[in-house]
Design a protein around this ligand. Structure first.
Ligand SMILES: C[S@@+](CC[C@H](N)C(=O)[O-])C[C@H]1O[C@@H](n2cnc3c(N)ncnc32)[C@H](O)[C@@H]1O
Length: 267
């Protein structure tokens, strides 16, 4: 049976709201492009596996978890229920850092590393020493696997923010948990049921981790060092205020939200 016939036989509608994920799923599972689907044959076994995947997708499970990986910068990042699925905004943050520091020897600290997507992509694309840390042992285990699989040299430690960190860094980068109590109550099912809550909740107003970073980062930043942070919707101004002792820039994401705060040390 061709992929196109398989669609017809199973009433698969490519115009549903998960059409993009569905198309990506089929590209990955059949190792073929949509233009080939009129002629590309798939086995009974493949059909059964794809039907199972589509049922998971329809239930709201994120595609990254179904496939077990997401593409991120020029890396393939393994994801499991123990880590946040890397988002395109975070990829934009890494692209920004890679463009800025290309060819410059740099020491980087990635706090709240999760899957290790930030640490791994920066280590792979920059002339950088990278140390990454997360409080979750399970997340760090996934991050270590990602570093190995992507041939990236990263040191990992398990700890609460700066707890296990020593040394000075030119860049501290962090995409911390930043949702507030209200947002935690109204999470879409695809997030609430499938992603670790410890990766999401940033305290009552969502800003606890930024306060901690503002307080502790100066001891770990080299002269002129910079902190790159991803922030939640409508948090950028408040985060820049928390970093009042720094020179702050707010940068928008591709969707038009103020998404990144870049805080430069004045010392
Ligand atoms: C929003 S996720 C970011 C993951 C990854 N950096 C990314 O951008 O996809 C936040 C991460 O912070 C970690 N985390 C939560 N509390 C922490 C703490 N007190 N110290 C260090 N990491 C923490 C979580 O385990 C989770 O992996």
């Amino acid at each position: 049976m061709t992929i196109k016939d398989f669609f017809t036989a199973n009433n698969i509608d490519m115009d549903t709201n998960c059409a993009r994920d569905l198309a990506w799923l089929l590209v990955e599972r059949t190792k073929s492009e949509p233009i080939e689907w009129g002629a590309k044959e798939i086995t009974k076994q493949e059909q059964t596996a794809i039907k199972r995947d589509i049922a998971r997708l329809k239930k709201g499970e994120p595609l990254g978890l179904i496939l077990g990986f997401v593409p991120f910068v020029n890396c393939e990042i393994k994801v499991t229920p123990d880590v946040l699925i890397p988002r395109s905004e975070t990829e934009q943050l890494c692209d920004m850092i890679i463009t800025e520091y290309e060819g410059v020897p740099t020491r980087i600290l990635d706090l709240c590393t999760g899957s290790g997507c930030i640490a791994v992509s920066l280590a792979k694309n920059l002339d950088a020493y990278v140390l990454a840390t997360d409080i979750s042992e399970a997340a760090v285990s996934v991050a270590r696997q990602n570093a190995l699989a992507n041939f990236a040299q990263v040191d990992f430690v398990v700890g609460d923010m700066f707890e296990k960190v020593s040394g000075q860094f030119d860049i501290i980068v962090c995409n911390p948990p930043y949702l507030d109590s209200k947002e935690m109550e109204t999470l879409p099912r695809s997030v609430a049921d499938y992603e670790p809550h410890s990766a999401l909740f940033g305290g009552e107003d969502g800003l606890d981790f930024y306060r901690k970073i503002a307080q502790e980062a100066p001891a770990y930043l080299s002269a002129g060092g910079v902190i790159y942070m991803e922030v939640g919707d409508f948090q950028a101004e408040k985060v820049a205020e928390i970093f009042g002792e720094f020179d702050c820039n707010i940068v928008g994401d591709y969707y038009g939200f103020d998404r990144f705060v870049i805080a430069r040390s004045r010392k």
